[in-house]
Design a protein around this ligand. Sequence first.
Ligand SMILES: Cc1cc2nc3c(=O)[nH]c(=O)nc-3n(C[C@H](O)[C@H](O)[C@H](O)COP(=O)(O)O)c2cc1C
Length: 177
Amino acid sequence: MSPTGGPAVDATGFRRLMARWATGVSVVTAHGPQGDAGLTVNALLSVSLRPPSVLVSLSNDADTLPVIEQSGHFGVSFLAAAQQPVSERFAATLGAEEKFRGVARHPGPNGSPLLDGGLGALECRVVDRTPAFDHVLVLGEVVHLEAGADGLPLVFFRSGYSAAEGTDRLRLPPRQP
Ligand SMILES: Cc1cc2nc3c(=O)[nH]c(=O)nc-3n(C[C@H](O)[C@H](O)[C@H](O)COP(=O)(O)O)c2cc1C
């Protein structure tokens, strides 16, 4: 049985299937009294355009989570293909100071560190926080946006890093009059 009483789905099978779901990679950050904090995140969803908002799913164990909650704001930096070492650094079990050592960044208008050299970055105001099993879903309204280089993204696929070379444009069926 699952924690909610439904039939149990094997966690290994679930993880294997989700590994086929390709995502981009971001670093979610916040600034607190102790300084900057951040972690690598691929559980990120663009929620609405009016207002622009995003949702991130953060582990209850993430040291960055309380910093975001205290700050009331968080930054999202979208990583470029060349930033795999940045992703590795922010996913490692390191102190916050160690994670940011030598990483070029600048503060957003509300103090969240935004990493340089990526595809772009957002700063969000926390508008909701929903517990979700061993994670917390943090909904943020985008209050600041910076477009970086329009290059190739870092992609996470099959539990590893991958390249996205695709340049084909989205084709939709013509609209009916
Ligand atoms: C590609 C990738 C994506 C990740 N996505 C998430 C995520 O969406 N949410 C999360 O809580 N952790 C995610 N992690 C794990 C965290 O980055 C990792 O646990 C980190 O060390 C937590 O840092 P902190 O405790 O300093 O906040 C991801 C790791 C990798 C490598």
